[in-house]
Design a protein around this ligand. Structure first.
Ligand SMILES: [Zn+2]
Length: 108
């Protein structure tokens, strides 16, 4: 999937941008497929970062604990924001507000 682009088809405009741009896949050193594998281990297998690193190392050869831990942290934050918004929607009637995140919650 890496090396694939979105291209604008409007008129003569042929602007391109990578499919990573402005998504959760931008910025990481892992390929998109590797990142998806990490996410699978987080959400479906419910592994912790160390277990996921060990298993992904067996499958893909190289996988750094730091990369896996960073993605797990990201996933945890997203779940937290989602839950907070759900809570606000039902309890306080305020959906879609920016959520302030207490870092200590995410310390591992
Ligand atoms: Zn365009």
């Amino acid at each position: 999937m890496d090396g694939v682009y979105w291209r604008c088809n409007k008129g003569k405009c042929r602007n391109k941008c990578t499919i990573r741009q402005d998504t959760m896949f931008s910025g990481a050193r892992l390929t998109i497929m590797e990142q998806l594998r990490v996410m699978f281990h987080y959400f479906v297998r419910n592994y912790n970062a160390l277990q996921a690193t060990i298993e992904l190392k067996e499958i893909t050869g190289i996988m750094s604990y730091r990369s896996v831990a960073a993605l797990f942290r990201f996933a945890r934050t997203q779940v937290h924001v989602y839950m907070q918004n759900q809570f606000r929607k039902t309890k306080l009637g305020r959906n879609g507000r920016a959520v302030e995140i207490d870092e200590s919650i995410f310390a591992t």
